[in-house]
Design a protein around this ligand. Structure first.
Ligand SMILES: Cc1cc2nc3c(=O)[nH]c(=O)nc-3n(C[C@H](O)[C@H](O)[C@H](O)COP(=O)(O)O)c2cc1C
Length: 186
């Protein structure tokens, strides 16, 4: 089995997924890794919502693209240039919803969850891509309705999406570490 360090080296943002479904037992392991993330005061200010139904994923894709077109024309143009698929054909979309507690840093807590999810999925041979762009959907008039139908509890908002599945192509090289961004004070 791969170590965490191997998964860290291999993880990359996949932008082309195969249609093959994610086996439920793998999804369960990925989600469990997310739920094991540490959080300030152990608040666990998150929900992880797995969207696995192809029709629901397609609906998110269509509505998300339209939201992007309205609210972020440049982002929309980037997606069109990449083939027009906001979710890159991923069979599963994990939505990490965040409890908005001003001043408590819950964005950081949910970021740690995201890291756990990405690395666990990589270790299990799955491909991933974080997705902020889908968040535009929740800023439109349709946002509250989507939040309700997706089971966001009261007070929770979109933190980040993670696209999950098997890569359709050979893995791409992730960005390489830039050690000029590291400072050691002896
Ligand atoms: C918070 C966050 C949001 C991101 N949102 C998107 C996104 O909406 N669409 C996308 O294609 N990639 C998205 N990415 C992936 C980054 O573009 C990618 O991680 C970065 O280019 C480095 O490439 P690598 O992950 O392959 O090393 C996001 C990454 C992070 C951490």
């Amino acid at each position: 089995m791969d170590s965490v360090l191997d998964a860290i080296r291999r993880r990359y943002a996949c932008r082309s997924f195969a249609a093959d479904p994610v086996p439920p037992e793998l999804l369960q392991k990925v989600v469990e890794a997310g739920l094991r993330a540490p959080s300030g005061r152990d608040r666990q200010p998150w929900r992880i919502i797995a969207v696995t139904n192809p029709e629901r994923v397609a609906e998110l894709e269509t509505a998300g693209l339209e939201a992007l077109r309205q609210l972020d024309p440049k982002g929309h143009a980037d997606i069109v240039a990449r083939g027009g698929r906001l979710l890159y054909g991923a069979p599963v979309v994990l939505l990490v919803a965040r409890l908005d507690l001003p001043g408590k840093g819950t964005e950081i807590d949910t970021g740690v969850v995201v890291a756990h999810l990405l690395l666990a999925a990589t270790e299990l041979g799955l491909a991933t891509c974080p997705n902020r762009m889908l968040g535009k959907l929740f800023q439109t008039d349709q946002g509250p309705d989507f939040e309700r139908r997706l089971g966001f509890p009261e007070g929770f908002e979109y933190g980040l999406g993670i696209l999950l599945g098997y890569a359709a192509e050979a893995p791409r090289q992730p960005h390489q570490p830039d050690f000029s961004k590291f400072i050691e004070i002896a």
